[in-house]
Write a protein that binds this ligand. Structure first.
Ligand SMILES: Cc1cc2nc3c(=O)[nH]c(=O)nc-3n(C[C@H](O)[C@H](O)[C@H](O)COP(=O)(O)OP(=O)(O)OC[C@H]3O[C@@H](n4cnc5c(N)ncnc54)[C@H](O)[C@@H]3O)c2cc1C
Length: 479
């Protein structure tokens, strides 16, 4: 398994074509905007070697030690072990790294454990996914997922415009052209896993490709969005943004050759869509993503409570009610994750997965709850979220001003109050917080279609049976 130094050395050894602010980036490990995100990922790699973390974070696959995400759960106990590992990975970064290595690692382990689906493409494709995942287990590269097509024309007529498309195939592999809208962390990754959401339609066969490419594949370009915070960001003023900003990039595939041994599926709309229905990938990834999001929601809910207490706004019934809703939402998310383990199922290939009904409900709940709790912080924080003088002003006569006019209630010192509201602003106000919120709403898919899909997938038999019983009361039994 990799450690942090090996990961960073790997980034340096493999130059990739990355543009940021109009300039090509040379070494991503020293670029002022990318070095921080790379260091956070290096810390995760380093963490799996800490003696006190090893038992939690490391499992076995094919007889070798691998990060827990790359194992295949075969029992309810395995699901529990994975849950504990995902939490341990998320806690140090408050769940703010949405595309840590365990996300795609989980997806890959689930795909390799679904040979039946890939065998419908042909035996070589089963070998491809199994060989690739065996390589990932041995080398532990940082893999990130690229799923979403460019947002050019989302009307039914325009769907697929600009999407990654197979334009040719030859003896060496597939030639792909097009783009993926957004791939978080791609500039500091080693590998890109490309697949589609389950929305392809007949006629989309050239789009229906699932494959992996190294970040330095010839023809692959990455164009980053401008950083939300620069290297000069003061960690006291932006305690989260200064440490946990992720980088997002548009991925352009300019006739990239995907060698055959890295092609897992192509040309079949049915099989591309079936990845989300007939493999355990969405449910296992849902467990990882759900636990990470829960850790983030815990911080957000804590911030809501702390801000209310700081100015004693929680003396009011409506504020207590809002906080009560936030705490209830948090508990619902916890309960869904726990019940999903109890209601686990087993795939025909012996993979144990968390309950589908609970995981579906969790996706709907988390996207809504995160936004609601963030709004609660804004509603309670009011002007305090904005009026946060620099702590460098706590000198000379201004130290007295801050102590007199900006302390919190109940003896909260002005500097501690400013630190708390800096944290709150980072999380719900500033660009970092806005992205963090948008990620929870959209990172798992368009929330509107996710909830509609939850309705369509739900077993409605029992619900409708109960309506039937109520609408036609039974004839009273005569004594
Ligand atoms: C911060 C952030 C990081 C992300 N990181 C990644 C990543 O690493 N990898 C990755 O692949 N993706 C990533 N995503 C993308 C994420 O998967 C998408 O946001 C999500 O799938 C929704 O797609 P979209 O954002 O293009 O929204 P759209 O699909 O464009 O939706 C926009 C609006 O149009 C409506 N709409 C669009 N199409 C339809 C339709 N067919 N039917 C009904 N309504 C429709 C939606 O309801 C919505 O209101 C990230 C997103 C964010 C915000």
């Amino acid at each position: 398994m990799r450690d942090g130094d090996t990961y960073l050395a790997g980034l340096r050894a493999r130059p990739r074509r990355v543009w940021l602010h109009g300039d090509p980036v040379g070494d991503v490990t020293v670029d002022p905007a990318l070095a921080g995100p790379a260091t956070r990922i290096a810390e995760l790699y380093a963490g799996q070697h800490l003696p006190e973390q090893r038992e939690l974070l490391v499992g076995t696959a094919d007889g070798a030690e691998v990060p827990r995400a790359l194992t295949v759960p075969r029992s309810r106990h395995d699901l529990r072990l994975r849950a504990e590992a995902f939490r341990a990975r998320a806690e140090p970064q408050f769940g703010l790294l949405g595309r840590a290595p365990d996300f795609a690692g989980t997806a890959l382990a689930a795909l390799a454990a679904a040979p039946r689906l890939f065998s419908e493409m042909g035996p070589r494709f089963v070998e491809n996914i199994e060989r690739y995942v065996a390589w990932v287990r041995a080398e532990d590269p940082y893999v990130v997922p690229a799923i979403t097509a460019p947002q050019i024309d989302r009307s039914p007529d325009g769907a697929g415009t600009g999407a990654v498309t197979v334009v040719a195939e030859n003896a060496d592999g597939l030639i792909v052209r097009g783009a993926k809208m957004i791939c978080t962390s791609a500039p500091i990754a080693d590998e890109i896993l490309v697949y589609n959401p389950p929305v392809l339609r007949p006629g989309d066969e050239p789009l229906a490709a699932v494959f992996a490419v190294p970040v330095d594949a010839p023809g692959l370009r990455m164009i980053c969005r401008p950083p939300l915070h620069g290297p000069g960001t003061d960690p006291e003023e932006h305690p989260l943004a200064a440490r946990f900003e992720e980088v997002d990039a548009l991925l352009v595939f300019d006739d990239v050759l995907v060698p055959w041994d890295r092609v897992f599926l192509h040309g079949s709309v049915d099989l591309s869509n079936a990845l989300h229905r007939r493999t355990c990938m969405p449910l296992l990834v849902g467990q990882q993503a759900g636990i990470r999001a829960l850790v983030k929601l815990e911080l957000l809910t804590g911030v809501a409570v702390a801000v209310a207490r700081a100015v004693r706004a929680d003396a009011y019934l409506h504020v207590q009610s809002r906080l009560g809703q936030a705490v209830a939402g948090l508990e619902q998310a916890r309960a869904l994750l726990a019940t999903a383990e109890v209601e686990h199922g087993t795939s025909p290939e012996g993979v144990v997965f968390p309950g589908a009904a609970q995981m579906g409900a969790l996706r709907v709940l988390l996207a809504r709850q995160y936004r609601e709790t963030a709004e609660t912080v804004r509603a309670i924080g009011g002007s305090g979220l904005v009026m946060r003088p620099s702590l460098r002003d706590a000198v000379q006569e201004r130290a007295g001003d801050l102590a007199a006019f900006l302390p919190g209630a109940g003896g909260l010192a002005a500097d501690d109050r400013i630190r708390l509201f800096n944290l709150a602003w980072d999380l719900v106000g500033d660009g970092f917080g806005q992205r963090a919120e948008l990620f929870e709403c959209f990172g798992g898919g368009d929330p509107l279609r996710v909830s509609a899909g939850g309705y369509l997938a739900a077993d409605r038999t029992a619900l409708l049976a109960s309506v039937d019983r109520a609408v036609r009361p039974p004839t009273p039994v005569r004594a």
